[in-house]
Design a protein around this ligand. Structure first.
Ligand code: AVJ
Length: 348
């Protein structure tokens, strides 16, 4: 461990904004009630990430079948310097483009992969302002302290929030900032969005940026069904636990009586739609009570709750996505096995 800097709680270098509080719980309750009343039933992936859910996702990233994290980490370890010089509009790497970059990350989680980018930026400009946004306050708090411990020249302004709330807040603050921005949207987080929503989201993000700002988008690539389905239904059952944990969360937060063992995890590649679909499937006919929402939910045998989509892309789709949303895809890096892509979008 590096020596402490006389500020063990990092108070001077950390500001943590909790943007979602009372409203967030009411919105969660509304989403659950309407999602479980609709047909087919659905729950939203952002609700996977309670404290246990965030830990289970970190475990997923270590699974042999879940190649995405390792592939993206390989790209970032190999090419962080090149990514930074391209993002800074400084292809020779001479540092001649002197305006420092600030780093905004959407869905930062444990921010392990981000270290490669942070190190490259610190090497280039000496200090760095890092603005992580994550729905999980616990993950945000833990990762911020770990990063500040590692990097004495780092300052962090963290937002515990969903993306929309954070973007609305950052839009106001962007105007006052002199730095150029590099935005990270890593790990195939964009894969949770339907195509139309992904476009809307990138346009909203573009609205927060200035021309020349950069966005690094991590996107998983289309590939063999067997590889994709194994990545989302691993042999140890960690992804199943991650998915079914959403029922455990409903038990805790809304007094529901879901029996996780009465359901199974399903992951199917829908090749026509280009996405892996994740479901919670009822093993038999049953009725579940949700007292806090004053609801009873009936399941037929085999009936499913759709909990997540994970879209897979190809290069042409990513280039087109950039053009349609006010960006230009300047460069794309892939891992040696060609499974995953890191795409550098520049705001036009
Ligand atoms: C966090 C959305 C990138 O889709 O690969 C992993 C979530 N779900 N295993 C993904 C997830 C099941 C993950 N993202």
């Amino acid at each position: 461990m590096p020596p402490t800097d006389g500020d063990p709680h990092h108070a001077a270098r950390l500001r943590l904004h909790q943007l979602d509080t009372a409203d967030a719980r009411a919105a969660f309750a509304r989403d659950v009630a309407s999602g479980l009343r609709s047909s087919p039933k659905q729950l939203f992936p952002k609700y996977f990430y309670d404290e246990l859910g965030s830990e289970l996702f970190d475990a997923i990233c270590l699974l042999p079948e879940y190649y995405l994290t390792r592939a993206e980490n390989e790209i970032l370890a190999e090419s962080a310097d090149e990514i930074i010089t391209s993002a800074a509009g400084d292809p020779t790497g001479s540092g001649s483009t002197t305006t420092p970059l600030a780093l905004l990350e959407l869905g930062s989680g444990s921010a392990t992969k981000t270290r490669r980018i942070i190190e490259a930026l610190l090497k280039r400009q000496g200090t760095l302002l890092y603005l992580p946004v994550d729905i999980s306050a616990s993950a945000l708090d833990a990762s911020a302290h770990a990063l500040l411990q590692s990097y004495p020249a780092l300052h962090i302004e963290a937002y515990a929030s969903d993306y929309d709330t954070a973007l609305a807040r950052l839009a106001g603050e962007r105007r006052e900032r002199a730095e150029r921005l590099l935005v990270l949207f890593l790990g195939s987080n964009i894969g949770n969005f339907d195509h139309a929503v992904a476009e809307q989201f990138l346009r909203a993000l573009r609205g927060v940026l200035r021309a020349g700002d950069a966005l690094l988008v991590g996107a998983d690539l289309k590939k063999d069904r067997a590889v994709l389905e194994a990545a989302y239904d691993d042999a140890l059952g960690v992804t199943a636990a991650f998915n079914l944990n959403q029922l455990v969360r409903l038990n805790r937060e809304f007094g529901a009586d879901f029996q996780p063992r009465a359901f199974r995890h399903v992951a199917e590649y829908n090749e026509a739609a280009g996405r892996v679909e994740i479901y919670i499937e009822s093993r038999f006919a049953q009725v579940v009570a949700l007292p806090a929402l004053d609801m009873e939910i009936t399941f037929a045998e085999g009936e499913r709750i759709h909990t997540e989509n994970s879209y897979k892309y190809d290069a042409a789709e990513l280039d087109a996505l950039a053009e349609r949303t006010g960006f230009h895809c300047l460069r794309r890096w892939t891992d040696a096995a060609g499974r995953f892509s890191s795409n550098l979008f520049i705001a036009r």
